[in-house]
Structure formats: C-alpha cells, structure tokens
Design a protein around this ligand. Structure first.
Ligand SMILES: *Cc1c(COP(=O)(O)O)cnc(C)c1O
Length: 447
C-alpha cells in the first residue's frame, strides 16, 4: 500500500486529473524510468498531450508549456503526433478488435504488414517474425541464426561478432553485442555471453574506406568462423552507442567475408529504418542485403510498440530442416492488430509522399543550422546524415543543464554521454527545425 500523499487523496478518482505535484511524487516513488534510479532523482516533465511536432506540458518549464520535439520519441514518431491518418487507422482497427492471439489465428493487419515489409526491404528477405519490441526482435534474430547452424549440424557456431560502439537493446543477447565500454558489460561480466568484438568502424560516412580496417574485419571473421553464428551490426549509423557514422563500404566487406566464411549477417535497422539516414533502409547506402534484418522504432510511426525480424528463405529453410523444425518463439502479443494496422498506415503515409526529399530538406536545415557549431568552445565534432544532427562535445554533457537550456529554447532534447543530438520528425517545418538547431547549440553551450 502506498502511503497516502499529503493532500493527494487516492489515485482511483481517474476522472479528475492528478495535480502535477502529486503525479510527480507518485512517479518518483513508484515508477522506473529508462536507466533510472529508484526512487527517481531527476524530475521528468509531465506531458499532457502531443500534436504535430509539439509536446504540450502539464505545467510550464523554463517558462515553456510547449516544446518542439527534436527526438521523435527516440527515432519513432516520424510523422509527428496525432497524425489524422494514423489516428484513423488505430480507431478503425479498434472498432474491429484490439488483439487476438496469433497462435492458430491470423488477421489482415499482421498479414498485410508482413507482406508490405517483404515488399520494401532488400529482395532476399522473405519471412517475417513480428515481435513486440526492438530488443525482442534482436533476440529472435539471434535465435534464428543459432538455430540455423544447429539445424545444419554445426551447433558450435553460436557466438556473435560485432564492432565496438554499437547498441542493440537491453535484453540479454542484445546487451552482449552492445559496446563493451559504453554498455553494461562491466556490471554483467561473467553473466553476459562473451562475443567477438572488432574495433569500432573508422568514423565518417564520406570517409574513404580504410583498407587496414577492412582487413581487420576479414581477419577476425576468418579466425572465428568455426564458432561464429552471425555478425550483428547497425548499418551506417551507430545510434545509442555513440551516434557515429561510418562508410557503407564496410558493410560490403562484412557481406563478402560472411559469405566466404559461412557466417550469417544481421543488420539491426531498428534506428536507421524508414528513411532516417536518407535511404529507406541504411543497407541501401551499400547496396547489400543481410540474411536477417531487424526493424522497429519508426515501424508504427511511434504509435505502438512493435518490431520485426525478417530473414531469407535460406535461413527459414535451414531452420525448418532441423530436429526441431520450428522457430521456437511466440510472444503473447505477437502481431498485435492495433500495432500492425498503424504500422501499415505509417508505411503507406511515408511511401506515398516524397519522403526522400523531406529527409533531404531536414538534412540541409540541420547542416545550415549547425554550421556555426564547429568553432564553438567545447564542441569536438559536428555531423549530419539524413534527418540526424549530432554535436559531439569534448566532455561529458551536464544532462540537467543541457536539457534545461534546450527547454528554455522551446525544444525537447535528450543528450547523453558527450552527445547533444536531434532526429526530428520528418514533418518538422523549416522554422521549427531552425529552433531545434538553436536548442542544440544552447544545450551544447550550457552542458
Ligand atoms: C532502440 C534500439 C534497439 C532496441 O529497441 P527497443 O524497442 O528499445 O527494445 C535495438 N537496436 C537499435 C539499433 C536501437 O536503436
């Protein structure tokens, strides 16, 4: 039983909104936030509603009641909030059913979504596993790869290779391929699966590929081939692991080396998918296709949680030839109709417009707005690719001060480590984009 809050009364009178101070106190006492302590120490902002690219706050912060969202709610809300088309898709599906189990039953939203994903992803990806979050889709991708080799009578192939600086989620297999320094490897040493780590890819999307690094990748894959089930990487952009970009050429190197040494290749496109880097999927920059690919985040336009692991017929047929000829995974909320319906609507909405032009417009706006940042004290690097703008500082950012400065500028940002960055919704107008850039500069100066 929670202790009653002074003046707060119970929480059951749901019709009357909780006063902001009561809400925050309950939040602090009872609710975990991402990577947060318990009880909470930093006071989150209370969002009352969101529309377009704006978050509306329940109480003013730094004099602002509305913030332009520079984060797309962690890469997901590419069309902004309360989009009429997406709202309608959810409402329409709600009038039929919110959910039914996926074992022994199927339904149009899930089938349509799977077929659509096969249509828009690289050609050899044919089969779709709908998962309920990005991390789970990575778990499933890894399970597919391990099971494939088991089925082929090579159970020794069960390790993964990745490059440093990555992020693949917070459950166990994904954690094991997150960056060993920035991730939680130290905390979990002895518990996490020990994977094979290559050096981080040399930075720079446009930088010419470094033959020595390509050789390093080839050598490691060759050396560990007998124990490797798969190489797992984020193509072109490493997101939460450090917001760094690399040459697409390294993806071609991975593809070749994986083919040569009988190792599967997994691309985690959870952050990069659906246009964020300027290609519909980042693999498109390299013109290579993986054996397994994960998508998530923007899949539902940020409306509901859903992700997918897609694989080739070779992988699916391999699994099906095994002693256990099924993919042994089946979440309760697999294929959730509401999420699938809004995902279909979000994909259509994206592809029915000149999305590449929109992303290019945002790229230009970010380049222009951040051009002056390169000379600022404390700023080590400025980089922009597609609808992603990053200021890397020469010190750990003071998150509270940087966030406050962004809010003062009327912008919502979530800096981490030495990074202040934005990945705005594609519908962000030019003026709002300029304000996001001002928010980034303000946050970098304050943090
Ligand atoms: C966010 C992210 C994940 C994890 O997705 P969740 O939905 O948070 O579990 C995995 N990989 C990448 C590249 C991501 O950006």
């Amino acid at each position: 039983m929670p202790e009653p809050l002074a003046g707060g009364g119970g929480v059951r009178a749901a019709r009357t909104p909780l006063p902001p101070d009561v809400l925050l106190e309950l939040d602090r006492r009872h609710v975990w936030h991402p990577y947060g302590p318990m009880p909470g120490r930093q006071q989150p902002l209370v969002v009352e509603s969101a529309a377009g690219v704006r978050l509306r706050l329940a109480a003013p912060a730094e004099g602002r009641t509305e913030l332009i969202d520079g984060m797309s709610s962690w890469w997901s809300a590419i069309h902004g909030y309360q989009h009429p088309v997406l709202d309608e898709a959810v409402r329409e599906q709600l009038s039929r059913m919110s959910h039914v189990m996926f074992g022994g039953l199927t339904h149009e939203p899930a089938v349509r979504l799977a077929a659509r994903l096969v249509e828009i992803t690289p050609e050899p990806l044919r089969h779709v596993f709908l998962a309920d979050s990005g991390s789970v889709s990575v778990e499933v991708a890894v399970k597919m790869c391990l099971q494939y080799w088991r089925s082929l009578g090579r159970p020794g192939k069960q390790r993964l290779l990745t490059w440093r600086g990555g992020y693949h989620g917070d459950t166990w297999q994904p954690m094991s391929v997150c960056d060993p320094d920035g991730g939680m490897h130290q905390l979990w040493s002895g518990v996490l699966q020990r994977q094979v780590f290559a050096d981080a890819p040399p930075p720079g999307f446009d930088a010419p590929a470094d033959p020595a690094y390509a050789g390093h990748l080839r050598e490691l894959i060759g050396r560990h081939a007998d124990e490797l089930a798969a190489v797992v990487v984020e193509p072109v952009v490493q997101g939460a692991g450090g917001m760094s970009f690399h040459s697409p050429e390294y993806l071609r190197v991975l593809r070749e080396a994986c083919d040569e040494h009988d190792v599967l290749l997994v691309f985690d496109e959870i952050a990069t998918g659906f246009g964020r880097t300027g290609q519909l999927f980042a693999a498109g920059h390299a013109g290579v296709a993986p054996d397994v690919m994960c998508v998530g985040k923007a899949l539902t336009g940020g409306y509901l949680t859903m992700a997918a692991a897609l694989c080739t017929s070779r992988v699916a047929e391999g699994i099906s030839r095994g002693e256990v000829p099924v993919l042994a995974h089946g979440p309760t909320f697999m294929g959730n109709p509401l999420a699938a319906a809004v995902a279909c609507a979000s994909i259509d909405l994206l592809l029915d417009q000149d999305w590449a032009q929109q992303v290019k417009r945002i790229e230009s706006g970010l380049r222009e707005g951040l051009a002056g940042a390169a000379g600022l004290p404390g700023v080590r690097d400025v980089r922009v690719l597609g609808a992603i703008g990053v200021l890397q500082l020469d010190h750990e950012v003071d998150m509270a001060a940087a966030t406050r400065a962004a809010v003062r500028a009327g912008v919502w940002l979530r800096p981490f480590r030495d990074l202040v960055y934005a990945m705005p919704p594609y519908v962000t107008g030019d003026e709002d984009l300029a304000r996001i850039c001002a928010g980034l500069l303000g946050a970098a100066a304050a943090g």
